[in-house]
Design a protein around this ligand. Structure first.
Ligand SMILES: Nc1ncnc2c1ncn2[C@@H]1O[C@H](COP(=O)(O)OP(=O)(O)OP(=O)(O)O)[C@@H](O)[C@H]1O
Ligand SMILES: [Mg+2]
Length: 439
């Protein structure tokens, strides 16, 4: 406290002045009493009176000084207590996690926000070494401490801390010097949780990357599409003509490579599609049948079977872009087809749900998705199908389409048991009341 010097001087000045006034008053009064009542007393009595006056005024002075000093001390203590309470109150309501520690990183103060952020109670933290700094950030903290000790503050630095479970947290940190009245120096660390902000920033960055990638992909794909189709046609014709010439195998490989390039380009075009949707009421059942019949060449090649169980959604319509719905179901069906073993079965079910929703399920008994891959399957370009086989764009396209139609999509899968893709779409108004089922 900077003003303690003047305060102390003021205290001693008032004490001395009040004591001098008291002594003067006592002596004055005594003089009056002596003049009035003891004028005629002898010398010895007068002597005793003088001594009594001295003792009485000294005692009075001592009592006065003691009372004055004690009163002042009580006041100071009360002020100190109040200011401590205020300081603790401020510390507790502070939204940032506050940790006060000394140069040896021993914690002196720990507020409620710090308890919440790090999962460490005040009793556990205070008096112990600071335990929230991950090993890889220890050197950084040392550098911060050096800067603060040199008179600089560290403000709003983004760094990492860890909680009691060992989870790493992204935090914004400010480190300031803190000097107590007694002259003891500490470091005041204020951190706030910025995990959500970091996540948003990453999403934005990814979105930006995806948008520019999408634009680039759309341009590239557009230019590659026509020459690829022409090359594919030529290779097919050459293969038919040179059936006997011994290069059929090479041509077949060339054709399958070209087919993949065409598939990739088409997927890129679908993924980065910027054409506005042309939504109309679409009956789902015939649309699913037409997608299934469109896929019959690869289904036949695998001797697979697609079983349709669509009766519970008879007549159900959704308000959708037909091309997009076809693309959606063909992505899901081709994934199921890739997953099943030869002669396997895929089941397509649809049913109406409460809340005017239509649910379409595409189930296979194929290889399933491993727990490690499951969180990534909707990410663009994530594929387990190896080079020249999968683009990793199918499910990303499917999710975009479903979102653009106000619906949702999710997968249920157990490795080695199979996968079910579940799509929910809002029913078109015209069919909402028509919830009857036919069998
Ligand atoms: N029904 C399924 N069974 C097993 N794995 C699946 C199934 N559906 C998707 N997956 C997994 O999800 C990954 C991503 O699927 P997505 O459709 O996005 O790309 P892809 O199928 O690899 O490529 P493309 O669709 O271009 O052929 C697949 O590589 C596969 O590992
Ligand atoms: Mg796919």
């Amino acid at each position: 406290m900077d003003d303690s010097g003047p305060q102390r001087r003021w205290f001693w000045a008032t004490l001395v002045l009040s004591s001098v006034s008291l002594v003067t008053l006592v002596f004055g009064l005594w003089e009056l009493v002596e003049n009035r009542f003891f004028r005629a007393v002898d010398y010895v009595t007068l002597h005793y009176l003088y001594i009594t006056r001295g003792i009485a005024s000294s005692l009075l002075l001592a009592f006065w000084a003691a009372w004055y000093v004690l009163r002042q001390r009580r006041r100071t203590e009360e002020e100190l207590r109040r200011s401590r309470e205020r300081y603790r109150g401020l510390l507790e309501v502070s939204p940032g996690a506050v940790a006060l520690y000394d140069a040896a990183l021993r914690v002196i103060e720990w507020n409620a926000a710090a308890e919440r952020l790090y999962g460490l109670s005040k009793d556990e933290a205070v008096g112990q070494p600071l335990s929230t700094v991950p090993p890889e950030k220890e050197a950084e903290l040392r550098e911060f401490l050096r800067r603060v000790a040199g008179g600089q503050s560290v403000l709003d630095a983004e760094t990492l801390r860890r909680d009691t479970t060992g989870t790493t947290l992204e935090v914004q940190l400010s480190l300031l010097p803190f000097r107590e009245a007694g002259g003891q120096s500490y470091f005041l660390e204020v951190t706030s949780d910025i995990r959500e902000r970091v996540r948003m920033r990453q999403t934005l960055l990814e979105l930006e990357k995806l948008t520019s990638m999408g634009k680039m992909a759309a341009g590239t794909a557009h230019h590659l599409n026509t020459p690829l189709a022409a090359m594919l046609l030529r290779v097919q014709m050459m293969r038919e003509r040179n059936h006997q010439a011994g290069c059929a195998g090479d041509l077949e490989r060339l054709e399958s490579g070209l087919r993949f390039c065409q598939h990739f380009v088409q997927r890129l075009l679908e993924f980065s599609r910027q054409v506005p949707l042309q939504k109309q009421p679409q009956a789902v059942e015939p649309l699913l049948r037409s997608v299934v019949s469109f896929l019959s060449p690869p289904v036949l090649a695998k001797r697979a079977r697609i079983q349709l169980e669509l009766k519970t959604a008879n007549g159900a319509q959704v308000f959708a872009d037909r091309n997009q719905l076809e693309a959606l179901f063909s992505v899901l069906l081709s994934n199921a087809l890739d997953a099943i073993a030869p002669e396997g079965t895929i089941v397509v079910r649809s049913r109406r749900l409460a809340g005017d929703q239509l649910e379409i399920e595409i189930s296979d008994t194929g290889c399933g998705i491993s727990a490690a891959d499951f969180p990534h399957v909707f990410e663009p370009f994530f594929t387990t199908k190896g080079p020249g086989k999968g683009t990793g764009l199918g499910l990303a396209i499917a999710r975009n389409i479903v979102r653009e139609h106000g619906g949702s999509i999710h997968l249920r899968s157990h490795a080695s048991e199979g996968t079910t893709a579940i799509v929910e779409l809002p029913l078109h108004k015209g069919t909402r009341g028509d919830a009857g089922e036919q069998s």
